[in-house]
Design a protein around this ligand. Structure first.
Ligand code: DWN
Ligand code: SAH
Ligand code: ZN
Length: 404
């Protein structure tokens, strides 16, 4: 039996992607025997949480050489500046306030609090990115969030007025211990605000590539509400976000400490209208994933038979699922260009497709560009408008296959 990490009930499996590598394990040399794990996804009919059935040990994914640097997108920098400003204004934060962020990465969010002279602490296990945040003058605890970290913060400062987290809570398998840690760390009138890719958007847009080793949970308002309640907390507000193809911002407080916004009940009812509480919806999701697999592979094969050049744009974590599940090899996609120096001149996880520095993209002469960072399409398409004008086309696969 596969037990739900939230409530212990039996998980019902709905898709098996097969053996998958670590999504961010970009390699200096070609490797054919790298670490892989069985990536299948299950649904819990009791608490409504969608989750990976197996997840690699967190230390295999988050370490001193983590490949994702949050500040690689200008759009995300703006998003996090606006997020910080909103929290400061809504919560009337000042020099006496304490803000804690779980998974601060390179400090993309906390640097905004630092600028406003508000005390903030980041918890970040991946040493290389944590060091960048520290260089920005941010106080970082280089550890996985746990009870010891909670005690350290409360002892050094006080309980947190606000605990923030973006694209991190859905990464943490031992989720009840995270929520019980938050219960201890949060001041009596404090708020825990986190965002993660939103299950309803993932299903409706068929953005199945949000499923990879790091993303152990795909949350909804239903499942977060259950999780909060179980840990003597309460979901008090939800606010949809455009980021990462559709995310949800969840605001949580101590039980009975805040008025519950009507957005919670409205969102849960929308989720039920869309069948997120029913196993059959996930079986349909699997059908849609298999459909796009056939469509994209057919397109790449046709383009190859016509001697067209196709290159990949952005070696995202998401691309690891797509490339390996679809069986894309370097004969269909000879190269991926990316802006992250740590990924330059490496080979992609699993498929061993070469990753080259972004500067070489404009020296290449592709007919088609397969956009793996489809979530940043506005930013990227604007940036590349003049290059793409020269009779080149984008290939997009979310929410459906499009050549534009
Ligand atoms: O949840 C997560 C999110 C926040 O970030 C993490 N688990 C890992 C990561 O996911 P991702 O790798 O799918 O993130 P992005 O932001 O969709 O893609 C980032 C990659 O794209 C980087 O390698 C940089 C690259 N990129 C690029 O080459 N040119 C990005 C942009 C915006 C560009 O213009
Ligand atoms: N908040 C950033 C980073 C997201 S990437 C953003 O939205 O861009 C996920 C981050 O979570 C990584 O930097 C990783 O090291 C961190 N992380 C993973 N598990 C964690 C844990 N248990 N506690 C704190 N941070 C964690
Ligand atoms: Zn459950």
């Amino acid at each position: 039996m596969n037990s739900c990490r939230v409530c212990g009930n039996n998980l019902k499996e709905f898709i098996n992607f097969g053996m998958m590598p670590i999504a961010n394990s970009f390699k200096k040399t070609i490797q054919i025997d790298e670490y892989k794990f069985q990536m299948s996804v299950g649904f819990c009919e009791n608490c409504m949480t969608v989750q990976l059935i197996n997840q690699p040990d967190p230390v295999k994914m988050f370490h001193e050489n983590y490949a994702f640097f949050s500040s690689s997108s200008n759009y995300m920098q703006t998003h996090f500046r606006e997020f910080a400003n909103k929290v400061i204004e809504d919560r009337l934060l000042d020099k006496k306030s304490i803000v804690v962020e779980i998974g601060c990465n390179d400090g993309i969010l906390l640097e905004n609090f630092k600028e406003r002279k508000i005390i903030s602490v980041g918890i970040e296990p991946s040493k290389n990115v944590a060091r960048i945040a520290e260089k920005k003058g941010i106080d970082v605890i280089n550890e996985f969030f746990n009870e010891n970290v909670v005690n350290q913060i409360v002892k050094k400062f006080k309980k947190a007025d606000v605990i923030l987290s973006a694209n991190v809570i859905c990464h943490i398998p031992d989720i009840n211990s995270i929520f019980s840690g938050i219960k201890k760390l949060l001041a009596s009138d404090g708020l825990f605000i986190f965002e993660d890719p939103y299950l309803l958007d993932i299903i409706n847009k068929n953005s199945f590539d949000q499923i990879y080793d790091e993303h152990v949970f795909l949350f909804s308002a239903m499942s977060v509400s259950y999780l909060a309640n179980k840990n003597d907390l309460e979901l008090i507000c939800v606010q949809p976000q455009k980021t990462h193809g559709g995310s949800m911002r969840y605001t949580i407080g101590h039980k009975n400490a805040h008025k519950i916004d009507k957005s919670v009940v409205n969102q849960i009812s929308l989720e039920k209208t869309n069948g997120l509480h029913l196993f059959k919806s996930y079986c349909n999701f699997e059908i849609n994933i298999l459909k796009i697999k056939v469509e994209l592979i057919n397109l790449l094969k046709i383009l190859k038979s016509e001697n067209k050049t196709v290159v990949g744009y952005a070696a995202t974590s998401k691309s690891t699922t797509l490339i390996n599940f679809f069986g894309i090899t370097s004969d269909l996609l000879p190269v991926i260009f990316d802006t992250t120096p740590n990924k330059f001149n490496t080979y992609s996880p699993g498929a061993n497709i070469p990753i080259l520095p972004y500067s070489l993209f404009h020296e290449s002469d592709p007919d088609y560009v397969l956009l793996f960072a489809w979530n940043h399409s506005e930013e990227i398409m604007t940036k590349e408008a003049s290059f793409m004008k020269e009779n080149r086309k984008w290939i997009l696969y979310v929410p459906k296959l499009q050549v534009i």
